[in-house]
Design a protein around this ligand. Structure first.
Ligand code: ZN
Ligand code: ZN
Length: 339
């Protein structure tokens, strides 16, 4: 049996450990991917710390996977050996449940597969994926560049494009981190008047470099008041996991403005009088399915949006994971296999 390297979580809360495993074979509707790069995401803590019901251990994390199809199971139309593909958080959908039949594949009722959670992910030399989870990677994105776009990229791009915001309208991005540094680029490349909101004046050069037209320092300035001076935001993308930071920007919405929540917090207090007087809303957004990821990759290739990455070889995955957790990574951490 040919072997491969895999980095697994042996038990709930256990350490990441590098093991040798048999190279798996794809079943019907599945392909095998020879992994080239896999992003290390904060959501990998869900696998490591057992934050989701029903995770079976040992489990290989990793839901920002880029690699090349090297084997096809039975019943695989469209895809072929040699295709370079990405797999994200959404681990596929059935196509026949009520939500799928209405086109809402993200909310599939029969398949709640999540890559790296309910099925082994990309911290390995090889992984299996169903064809409904595959995105084709355009030639002009490297695998390292493409990996974080399968999660942080699609989350911000797909959210933004579904808000209905139009070119020239005001978009504010709260936080310049793993999500925020991409959201700013997407908003600017979509032709929106883009505001970066971050703590400290020293973030301004980076915000401008990413394409922001304005920078608001929410340590010394009132972000809501500053956004109102600019006419009020059509969309505020809250990429931070601080309900205080979200609450502080809410007053910066213009009429019909939307606060898009893509960073999870346990609760958020909102001023409903302001919402109803301005036809405003607070909305969550599920990142997207494979087709959304593919659109994200293509838009990024087309427009020059790129993540800023720090790379680690697969064998140093535990160190890479700790670096991601430390919050010191600028901005995404990516594992490379050398495949
Ligand atoms: Zn992720
Ligand atoms: Zn379904």
């Amino acid at each position: 049996m040919p072997k491969m390297r895999a980095v697994q979580v042996p038990r709930a809360g256990g350490p990441l450990e590098i093991v040798e495993r048999d190279i798996p074979n794809p079943g019907p509707g599945f392909v095998r991917i020879k992994v080239q790069a896999c992003g290390v995401c904060h959501s990998d803590t869900v696998t490591k710390d057992n934050l989701f019901p029903g995770i079976q251990y040992p489990r290989v994390p990793g839901h920002e996977v880029i690699g090349v199809i090297d084997a096809l199971g039975p019943n695989v139309p469209r895809w072929k050996i040699g295709d370079r593909v990405g797999v994200g958080w959404n681990g596929g959908f059935c196509g026949y449940c009520d939500n799928c039949r209405h086109g809402n594949f993200f909310a599939c009722q029969t398949s709640t597969e999540v890559t790296g959670l309910s099925r082994d992910g990309g911290y390995a030399d090889y992984m299996l994926a169903p064809i409904s989870a595959l995105a084709l990677v355009p030639a002009d994105l490297s695998s390292i560049e493409a990996a974080p776009l399968m999660c942080a990229g699609v989350t911000t791009f797909n959210c933004l494009r579904n808000t209905g915001v139009r070119p020239g309208e005001l978009v504010a991005v709260v936080g310049i981190g793993g999500l925020g540094h991409l959201a700013i680029q997407y908003a600017a490349k979509m032709g929106c008047k883009t505001v970066a909101i971050a703590r400290g004046k020293d973030e301004e050069p980076l915000a401008r470099q990413l394409g922001a037209h304005y920078h608001i320092d929410n340590k010394t300035q009132d972000p809501a008041a500053e956004l109102q001076k600019l006419g009020g935001a059509k969309v505020i993308l809250a990429t931070v996991t601080s309900s205080d930071a979200m609450k502080a920007v809410l007053g910066g919405l213009g009429i019909y403005g939307k606060l898009m929540v893509i960073g999870a917090v346990p609760s958020l207090e909102v001023n409903t009088i302001q919402l109803l007087l301005g036809n405003q809303s607070v909305t969550g957004w599920y990142s997207g399915v494979a087709a959304d990821s593919e659109d994200t990759l293509n838009f990024s290739a087309l427009s020059g949006v790129r993540p800023m990455n720090e790379t680690f070889p697969l064998d140093r995955a535990p160190e890479a994971y700790d670096h991601m957790l430390s919050g010191k990574a600028r901005f995404r951490v990516v594992l490379t296999t050398g495949n």
